[in-house]
Design a protein around this ligand. Structure first.
Ligand code: AMP
Ligand code: MG
Length: 344
């Protein structure tokens, strides 16, 4: 299959809408990452997403809408908490899990009786949804297991020959996938951290939000994942990524002691000048939003530059940093070196 890369102008958006109505897949820009979209009401269309990505069938997809009225039929009910969150954060990078309605194709939810819904704020994503008149199932547009794409070029590298069209809407502003919260159970629970933080969700809901264990820790063998995507190895470049936890000084000392050929540092802007190995920067230490925006491009850059081992300076798992930590620790397959402890 020939993959076209078109600018996300009126003609491109109209072409994308037509392909989607015909049951094809199209990669579109969103504010989080590039998404691989298809008609969420068609099992056949959705099957093409799983095939193009090589995504395990039991990992459900997020359905994207452009207006609140479109929820009808997609969800069975809109719980009060979901309504509050939608009012506060939609359109935007928040996905809410609700009871599944009859319109959603079964393949989207991988057999679950809940459905994940998001209203993206990116004007191109919104325009494609409106023009097609369809709710769009859209996971990140990477090959399963690789870092999510934050530019049309990254998307092309993963999807060339596998899908008919990619719309180029420039670089994604948020850079990590949406925050996922479930309100389908009694206690609202964060399933995946993102740009919208736990604290922001708690403020709007007026109650504590629980943290799914799988966010910061590796699931035990055989343990059920509340969000199936959490159980897979994820976001991994070819290079072996290892997280180093500790102060700036401890990080520098460790990298200096291990500065062999093929070793790269994934570090903060402020650290570059003191490190003796090639560096891939991930933004300023204090600027968690910049780190989130840069993260996936930085992981891809490590492979492009031929890194064998990447020592990444571990971020604090709070605020937007929790999203960065959650993605990095999966990219590192949970390999973490506690530097201060390593010194003892
Ligand atoms: P992606 O679209 O690639 O960002 O992945 C979607 C994420 O949402 C995955 O981690 C899924 O496991 C999660 N997800 C989608 N639907 C549900 C659902 N009904 N319940 C729990 N998690 C879900
Ligand atoms: Mg994904």
């Amino acid at each position: 299959m020939q993959t076209q890369l078109l600018p996300a102008n009126e003609a491109g958006i109209a072409f994308a809408a037509r392909l989607l109505q015909e049951g094809q897949t199209v990669a579109i820009p969103t504010e989080t990452v590039y998404g691989l979209a298809a008609d969420a009401t068609s099992n056949e269309a959705v099957a093409k997403i799983f095939a193009a990505k090589g995504r395990p069938q039991d990992n459900p997809l997020i359905v994207h809408i452009a207006a609140m009225q479109e929820l009808e039929g997609l969800v069975r009910t809109v719980p009060a908490a979901a309504y509050k969150l939608a009012q506060a954060f939609w359109p935007g990078p928040l996905t809410i899990i609700m009871p599944k309605g009859p319109k959603v194709a079964d393949a989207v939810c991988a057999g679950l009786d809940t459905v994940a819904i998001r209203m993206p704020s990116h004007p191109v994503a919104a325009a494609v949804i409106k023009k097609s008149g369809l709710p769009l199932a859209a996971p990140s547009a990477n090959r399963s297991g690789l870092p999510s794409p934050t530019t049309a070029d990254h998307t092309l590298r993963d999807m060339d020959g596998r899908i008919p069209l990619i719309l180029d809407g420039g670089a994604c502003k948020v850079g990590v996938e949406s925050t996922v919260i479930t309100v389908a159970a009694d206690t609202p629970t964060l399933l995946r951290p993102g740009y919208i933080t736990k604290e922001q969700l708690e403020q709007v809901l007026g109650e504590p939000v629980a943290l799914s264990d799988a966010i910061l820790h590796k699931l035990k063998e055989g343990e059920a994942a509340p969000s199936p995507g959490m159980k897979y190895k994820h976001y991994s470049p070819k290079a072996n990524v290892i997280l180093l936890k500790g102060s700036q000084q401890a990080y520098r000392e460790y990298v200096c002691q291990h500065a062999e050929v093929g070793v790269f540092a994934m570090c903060y802007d402020e650290e570059v000048s003191s490190l003796p190995v090639p560096c891939v920067v991930c933004g300023s230490r204090q600027d968690e939003a910049a780190q989130a925006r840069r993260l996936f491009a930085a992981l891809r850059e490590c492979d492009e530059k031929g890194a064998v081992t990447v020592y990444a300076h571990c971020p604090k798992p709070t605020g937007v940093g929790m999203a960065v930590y959650n993605r990095l620790i999966r990219a590192a397959a949970f390999q973490v070196v506690e530097l201060e402890a390593a010194k003892l």
